[in-house]
Each structure stands twice: as structure tokens, then as C-alpha cells.
Design a protein around this ligand. Structure first.
Ligand SMILES: *Cc1c(COP(=O)(O)O)cnc(C)c1O
Length: 358
């Protein structure tokens, strides 16, 4: 606390990212990174971009990268915005679309914990909508009601940290039922088993789809995310971006991201591997007595009826395995476990066998 801070800063409760431990040899299953390396073509492109041209600013509009995103998703370049990680894209979207006096932003009570943080930063009114007891989302809860019309809606699909996905038809019902506001679908994990809403963008001017290269493209360290939406929404995002930082994506990131998007064979192969490991790990956890929510993501959300989640997380840590535990109402008996390689997930299962057997 300091007298020099602006009042809004004194009132912030910043997001707390999952631990990035300095220790080597940990099995790191706590922040949903991809266990596989980035595409070799992406690494090669980054090396090739590390030359004298770095003395120049990068393309402020990231045209070639937006072109690559557009080609990957079958949209036009004017429907694409890119940012320094999807967290930055989300932040700009909150500022651009979600601040409407008297009309709150809606999001699920169990969801990405960055959303309320952006609301604090931009002073956006919000309302948390409770998920069902099984953590599924009911679209009807988000449709305009006599007492409440949303000024914006945001949800991850698949949801984080539950892993549950909504089918595309339900997303469309949500978007079509709220033409008065932007509906933002945060598709950070969509490539691991859900359906993208990007195909709906041409029909719904209020839909914004946000994705990242951090999870399914193994590039969390490069910081590239993007949004797909109607050109008028993209223009809104560009107005915010160009009032904040003209060059959010550096030359190396633009080169690496383009090559990663173009290497679809590698992408599909690593996604398939993660999904296969998820299915095997889920079966093993169920055998051990865990309740595991159905996951369409690169993590599972699981609880054991006979064992406290915080204790389990601590016991795993003693065995050099880190998973994520949220001290939060409704989910404090769950562990969120990222999908690692097969070896890593077998090590987790073996450690749990020891802990549960003791
Ligand atoms: C990981 C994640 C993001 C952020 O991804 P970056 O592109 O690395 O900033 C956004 N939304 C959700 C739900 C995530 O889990």
C-alpha cells in the first residue's frame, strides 16, 4: 500500500497464477501447459526470425499472423484480432464491450478466476450465475429476464476448471438469445474435445470467440492469443489496443505463431496424444475411487469422497508432483490435474496409489 497509488489500484485483488516452480525434476500438472514441445517448425521459424531485423518494430497489425489465423479457421482477416496471450485479448474485450451502466456482465460462479479481476481493473459491474449441482451450465439462466438484462456474457468452453463442455447448439442458443450484448466464448481448451463457435461468427455480430496458442499449440511461453468476431467487434478491440500498446506481438512471436498454426499435422498428433492420456488417466482415477467430471480439456477435475483435496495436493507435492487446488466454495474438495505425458500421468497414479493405500 502506498499513498502514491491511484485509488483503483488500492482496491485491486490481482489474479494469482499457478506456481511456476524454480525446482527442476518436478512433475508439473498445475497450469494446463501442454506436455509436448512446440512444433519443430515453430522453433525453426523463431530461430530464423532472430536476426538483425529485430532492430525494427514488428508489424503493429500482425497482418501475416492474422492471415494465418483466418486461414486456419475459415474466416476473413478482418474478423481476426491478435494479442499478447489470450489474457490480453480478454482484457481488451472487457474494456471494449462489457462496461454498461445498470447491465451487469454475467459469468458462471465456477469459472476462470481472471474474469472478476478484469472487472475490478475496469470497474465493470458483474453477476455470477450458479452452475448446476453437477457443474453443468444451463443456458436459460443467461437469457434476458424481466429483472435483468446482461450487458455482456463470458464463459470458457470447455469450462475451467471443471473441463465440462457445452455443445455448439447450446452456445448458439445463448448467442441468439442475447442480441443486446457481446457473448464471449473463451475457447482456451476447445481443441481437446469441444466444438468451436468460430463457425457462427458470420451469422452473429455479437459473438466473439477467443483462443490461445498456449495450450493446444504448446506455446505458453510465446504469449499469443486471438479473437474471431464481426469486423465491428474487431475494430472495437483495435481501438483499445491502439490506445494501449501498438506492438503487442513481437517479431519472434509472430514468426513462431504463424509456423505453429501452419503445422496442422503436428498439432493434431499432440492433441490426440493428450486426449488419449486423459481417457486412460480418468479410468485409473475412477478405479481409485475418484469422482471425475467429464472433461473436454487437457485437465481433469476430480474429488475423492474419502480424502481431503488440500491434503492430497500437499501429499503429492511431497512426492514432487504439483496439481492445482482452489480454496473456493463449492470446489475446495476438487483437484485440477493437468494432462501430462503418459509417463507423468502414470507417476501421478502411482503416487496416489501409495497415498490412498497408506
Ligand atoms: C490459459 C487460459 C487463458 C489464457 O491463456 P493465455 O493465452 O496464455 O493468456 C484464458 N482463458 C482460460 C480459461 C485459460 O485457461
Amino acid at each position: 500500500m502506498s499513498q502514491y497509488w491511484s485509488p483503483v489500484v488500492a482496491g485491486l485483488s490481482p489474479y494469482v497464477p499457478g506456481e511456476q516452480p524454480k525446482l527442476q525434476n518436478l512433475i508439473k500438472l498445475n497450469t494446463n501447459e501442454n506436455p509436448y514441445p512446440p512444433s519443430p517448425r515453430a522453433l525453426q521459424a523463431i530461430r530464423e526470425a532472430a536476426d538483425e531485423a529485430l532492430k525494427r518494430y514488428p508489424d503493429p497489425a500482425s497482418d501475416a499472423l492474422r492471415q494465418a489465423v483466418a486461414a486456419t479457421h475459415g474466416v476473413s482477416v478482418g474478423e481476426v484480432f491478435v494479442g499478447n496471450g489470450s489474457d490480453e485479448v480478454l482484457a481488451h474485450a472487457f474494456q471494449a464491450f462489457f462496461k454498461h451502466d445498470g447491465r451487469p456482465l454475467l459469468f458462471p460462479d465456477i469459472s476462470y478466476s481472471f474474469y472478476p479481476v478484469y472487472c475490478g481493473l475496469y470497474q465493470i459491474e458483474f453477476h455470477r450465475v450458479a452452475l448446476q449441482d453437477d457443474f453443468s451450465l444451463r443456458v436459460d439462466d443467461y437469457l434476458p429476464q424481466a429483472q435483468r438484462t446482461a450487458g455482456g456474457i463470458i464463459l470458457p468452453n470447455p469450462n475451467a476448471p471443471t473441463g465440462r463442455a457445452l455443445p455448439l447448439g447450446e452456445i448458439e442458443r445463448l448467442v441468439a438469445g442475447n442480441p443486446q450484448c457481446v457473448v464471449l466464448i473463451d475457447e482456451a481448451y476447445v481443441d481437446f474435445g469441444a466444438q468451436s463457435a468460430a463457425s457462427l461468427v458470420s451469422r452473429y455480430p455479437n459473438l466473439l470467440v477467443v483462443q490461445t496458442l498456449s495450450k493446444s499449440r504448446s506455446l505458453a511461453g510465446l504469449r499469443v492469443g486471438f479473437a474471431i468476431g464481426h469486423p465491428a467487434l474487431i475494430e472495437g478491440l483495435n481501438r483499445v489496443k491502439d490506445s494501449f500498446n501498438s506492438y503487442p506481438i513481437d517479431r519472434l512471436a509472430q514468426a513462431g505463431a504463424i509456423a505453429a498454426l501452419q503445422d496442422s499435422a503436428y498439432f493434431e498428433q499432440t492433441c490426440r496424444a493428450v486426449i488419449a492420456t486423459r481417457e486412460r488417466m480418468t479410468a485409473s482415477l475412477v478405479e481409485q475411487g475418484f469422482e471425475v467430471l467429464p472433461s473436454a480439456a487437457n485437465f481433469v477435475f476430480a474429488r475423492h469422497p474419502g480424502h481431503d483435496a488440500a491434503t492430497l495436493a500437499a501429499q503429492l507435492r511431497e512426492r514432487s508432483i504439483i496439481v492445482r487446488h482452489f480454496r473456493q466454495p463449492r470446489i475446495d474438495q476438487f483437484l485440477r490435474i493437468s494432462i501430462g505425458t503418459d509417463d507423468e500421468s502414470q507417476a501421478l497414479i502411482a503416487a496416489l496409489n501409495t497415498i490412498l493405500g497408506a
